[in-house]
Design a protein around this ligand. Sequence first.
Ligand code: FAD
Length: 383
Amino acid sequence: MADNTKRIAVVGGGLVGALNACYFSQRGFEVDLYERRPDIRTLEHVRGRSINLALSCRGREALKGVGMEEMVTATGIPMYARMIHNTDGTRKPILYGKKDQYIMSVDRRKLNEDLLTEAEKHPGVRLHFSHKLVSCNVDTGEMHFKDASGKDLHTRSDLIVGCDGAYSAVRQQMMKSMRFDFSQEYIPHGYMELHMPPSANGKHAMETNYLHIWPRNAYMMIALPNQDGSFTVTMFMPFEVFEAIQTEEDLMRFFKEKFPDSLPLLGEQALKETFFNNKALPMVSVKCGPYHHKDKLVIMGDAAHAMVPFYGQGMNCGFEDCLIFNDILDQTNNDFGEALKKFTAYRNVDARAMCDLAMYNYIEMRASVNSKLFLLRKKVDNF
Ligand code: FAD
């Protein structure tokens, strides 16, 4: 008979950790989820990465497995094509696939909150916020956390599932304690998010159902629609380009030359405030392995395979990890030793390939998307 009396500790209550808690509790395990931040459902502002994300088929399948696909997609906005913005103000759409195929823009914070609320519905799940993992023992499953007041908590679990993101503390412990391969690469570009408010009639200021791109070879800007009629606009540029913009005049000159059609929509004053009050953030790609240690510990999501965001697959792949691990637990009758081995064997090669594809798309989105060959390949007849 399947042994689901074991206790699982999920470290990290971001997107992947929260979804994993839903999957594990659905199988009947006792789940303790430890998250470094306070409960984001109680916070006015949440610091962190992108405001919205592209959800694709891969991620939707994983949400379906815990009965959340419909709820999440009900508030998402379909994006059927890229909309390329040229410097002369002209625009052209490039479909992603067939006319009815799309990826979906979803709100990161709402998605994370909904996943936490869903996990909490299960009686076997306990959520511990403001608990930061300090260290863990990869052989015994013992863990040391610190809470917000600095108090120490020592506990142990039958299985530790590290979903604590690109700078994972669980992964650091694996690097210290076992034979573990690790490589990371920072790209020369940083990113900064800008806000494009709705137009006067409350509607989106640009065509709604598109992922808008301003490809400029060495750098680019993109925009994804939000439910409230706004767009979240993200600039991706080499750090030197960010740093070269020192004054408001520099910024206006730069936008008028490179992204002229976006300027009236972003608003000059708002753009100046956002640009000079924020820092460009780095992007890192991580490859490592194995993803597990014996029957005690496994890493998933960005902890296992952080990737640059240009393929829009970081979260989607992390969600897919949860679905795949759930299938493997079915196949192995909840035998952690077998399941963890299978997970690394099956997932490591795919995740490394996704990291490479994301890196390739880094060039495609800002440069190749404008090439004649690309346009011939993607020729579309609408709009
Ligand atoms: P995270 O979201 O980083 O969550 C990790 C959690 O662990 C956090 O809540 C953190 O507080 C917690 N934590 C960290 N350390 C500890 C500790 N020591 N103890 C306890 N808790 C800890 N992906 C897509 O699929 N589509 C997109 O369109 C997309 N766009 C992106 C745009 C940008 C600009 C960026 C930067 C990324 C984008 N991604 C996208 C990638 C996506 O954001 C990540 O892949 C995803 O957030 C990974 O989820 P995660 O839960 O593994 O890690």
